[in-house]
Design a protein around this ligand. Structure first.
Ligand code: COA
Ligand code: ZN
Length: 322
């Protein structure tokens, strides 16, 4: 039987590369604009469905991405890739729309405390801004995705009520959001929890594109991705080199690494559209880009069928025995 015949989830998935935004927002160094542009251009050649190129946040909140306009104007737009940007408020949307993104990714948290810490607004204030932003983006003809942070747990509050997550998702879907991303901001999700929420979401909102955004803070990133995929989820955020993290979430660390995720799907015969070799080339350039070592398991180990020369002594030893 072929591997594809044994699939327990969708045969084809979309990978959204978020390292230029989720990754570079938390790096201690500010990557110069031309470095960011070269990074996005290298990622564009890999075959991603979407690349989240930057965010239109306040320069005080996220100094590393203060050059968002310049990045958006200088990157090359590859056909077939949708260039999206993270936006927290109306001022950010105005800036974003001036750069012709293919879509916008609006953000708020499912938990009150993280929303206040990250966005300096109550959830009610954020929700009102996001609803106004859905209208404004629709008028401009730009599709909207909503990223809901801390849906699987909040680093300040602990458990987050699934009912609250679904209420927000439903409100935004009804207001015209084309997609919703469920974000595990600090790697608090576990596989059965992910499966349960993904099943509930897809049953309640079958017409709304569901993306899952996982951080590998506690080593459950790939297990959570697999659990989501088995419920039918076809869209995954991931960051090259496992970069990433929210500067306003204590203990945040990197996203599930794109190369690990793509490699897993490749092994299983699930189509991602991503060229793993090109992606690993981009990952190999990360230490120079961010000025520190990157611990990419796949870059170190190579794909699973990378083989090695046996030890030199073996040929002689076994020839002598023959
Ligand atoms: N882009 C650029 N500047 C912005 C802005 C935006 N999207 N939103 C607000 N500003 C500016 C205002 O013009 C104002 O400037 P001024 O001091 O020169 O007058 C200043 O920032 C303060 O504005 P205010 O509305 O009071 O914003 P704030 O300081 O309360 O911050 C956010 C609110 C949402 C803009 C800010 O918290 C933010 O950008 N958060 C994003 C965090 C993030 O990206 N986290 C990781 C991803 S989940
Ligand atoms: Zn994230």
């Amino acid at each position: 039987m072929s591997a594809a015949a044994q699939l327990r989830g969708p045969a084809r998935v979309e990978i959204n590369e978020v390292a230029p935004r989720d990754g570079l927002q938390i790096e201690p160094v500010v990557v110069p604009t031309d470095g960011k542009v070269a990074f996005v251009d290298a990622l564009s050649a890999c075959g991603f469905a979407r690349i989240e190129a930057t965010s239109f946040t306040s320069a005080r909140a996220i100094p590393a991405l203060a050059d968002a306009e310049a990045v958006m104007h200088q990157i090359q737009r590859y056909p077939g890739v949708r260039y999206t940007v993270l936006v927290p408020n109306l001022r950010g949307l105005e800036r974003a729309l001036s750069c012709r993104p293919d879509e916008v990714n609006l953000v708020m948290s499912a938990s009150e405390t993280h929303n206040r810490a990250n966005l300096r607004m109550t959830r009610e204030q954020s929700q009102a801004q996001l609803l106004a932003m859905i209208d404004a983006a629709s008028t401009a003809g730009v599709p909207v995705n909503i990223s809901l942070s801390t849906v699987f747990g909040c680093p300040f509050e602990g458990e987050v009520e699934t009912d609250a997550v679904m209420a927000l998702a439903t409100r935004f879907a009804e207001a015209g959001a084309a997609g919703i991303t469920l974000c595990d901001t600090t790697g608090m999700a576990y596989p059965t929890q992910v499966a349960a929420l993904c099943e509930r979401f897809q049953a309640a909102l079958p017409g709304t594109g569901l993306t899952i955004h996982l951080h590998n803070t506690r080593g459950m990133g790939l297990a959570n991705a697999l659990a989501a995929w088995e419920t039918g989820v076809t869209r995954f955020d991931a960051a090259a080199g496992g970069l990433g993290g929210c500067p306003y979430a204590p203990g945040a660390s990197g996203n599930v690494s794109t190369e690990d995720l793509v490699h897993m799907f490749d092994c299983m015969g699930v189509q991602t559209g991503v060229n793993l070799g090109a992606l690993l080339d981009a990952v190999a350039g990360l230490p120079e880009l961010v000025g520190r070592d990157i611990h990419s398991q796949l870059l170190s180990a190579g794909p699973r069928l990378r083989t090695h020369q046996p030890p030199a002594w073996m040929a002689e030893h076994f020839a002598a025995q023959a």
